[in-house]
Design a protein around this ligand. Structure first.
Ligand SMILES: Nc1ncnc2c1ncn2[C@@H]1O[C@H](COP(=O)(O)OP(=O)(O)OP(=O)(O)O)[C@@H](O)[C@H]1O
Ligand SMILES: [Mg+2]
Length: 266
């Protein structure tokens, strides 16, 4: 396995104010289901620095997705606040909030969430349709995003004509097409075999190298160690915040393609 000490890793929550892109302050979330109250988050403080690659790890039901939805502005906390690039979200009007989310944040989900009867290209164009970008420009940008994830030759394919890893790469292209500064990925490798998972982690690391802040939710320690920092969550609380001393680099883990390997052997 290839790994390299990460000298620039940030230890725990400290990044200076100017470089904090996303912040949860004393965030709690309580779901009310009839008589039952579910405390999904119980006072979470988390600062995410610009350009950081961070994993949120924890067992099933610990509150990872809830936290991701709240910092991704898809849901509101019951108490506490979320600050995006210095601005407190609760003070924003709903349309302003949607604009910040659409422009700044890209989402990748475990189950890809692609439209099944729609080509890869059209799936990637979709966020630009909502953003009101005109036809030719839309297509150009969607093609560019698909090229970035290595799928230039699959733009006309439907999701069921693509492998799981390729579908997830289309989903990453869709997250990228609006040029976000932050990508939030909830179990992005959860439905993939290990080779496809490595491919997806490689793309996320490449995006991060180009300055995009990447937050990954996972229960897989190996996936988490591709990032610079791991935040551990249990029962709705952060219990540990660690810098990754020896980071896994996905690009160095990829096995050569079969034909290349054969070429070497001949
Ligand atoms: N919409 C909801 N209504 C009620 N309870 C919810 C809702 N969403 C999540 N919960 C509860 O909140 C807690 C945290 O859920 P969450 O989905 O954040 O966990 P998770 O860490 O992402 O788990 P997993 O690894 O299984 O995805 C769980 O107990 C869950 O049952
Ligand atoms: Mg979850």
């Amino acid at each position: 396995m290839s790994a390299m000490p990460d000298k620039g890793a940030s230890v725990d929550a400290g990044c200076d104010e100017a470089r904090t892109v996303l912040e949860a302050r004393a965030v709690s979330k309580c779901y009310h289901l009839g008589e039952v109250e579910v405390h999904a988050l119980r006072g979470v403080d988390l600062s995410i620095c610009e350009g950081q690659m961070l994993s949120i790890m924890g067992p099933s039901g610990s509150g990872k997705s809830t936290l991701m939805h709240i910092i991704g502005l898809l849901d509101r906390p019951s108490n506490g606040s979320v600050v995006v690039e210095g601005e407190e979200v609760s003070r924003m009007a709903p349309n302003e909030l949607a604009a910040v989310r659409n422009r700044r944040i890209g989402f990748v989900f475990q189950s890809f969430n692609l439209l099944s009867r729609t080509t890869a290209l059209a799936n990637v164009e979709l966020p630009l349709v909502y953003a009101g970008v005109a036809g030719a420009e839309r297509t150009r940008r969607a093609q560019e995003a698909l090229e970035r994830v290595g799928l230039a030759d699959r733009i006309g394919h439907l999701p069921n004509q693509l492998s799981g890893g390729q579908q997830q790469r289309v989903a990453i292209a869709r997250a990228l097409v609006t040029d976000p500064s932050i990508v939030l990925a909830d179990e992005p490798t959860g439905n993939l075999d290990s080779a496809s998972g490595i491919e997806v982690m490689k793309i996320l690391q490449e995006l991060n190298e180009h300055g995009i802040t990447v937050v990954i939710v996972t229960h897989d320690d190996e996936v988490a160690r591709h990032s610079q920092r791991i935040v551990h969550i249990r029962d709705g609380r952060i219990v540990r915040d660690e810098a990754v001393a020896v980071r896994i680099l996905a690009a160095e883990r990829e096995r050569p393609l079969v034909d290349e390997a054969e070429g070497v052997g001949l």
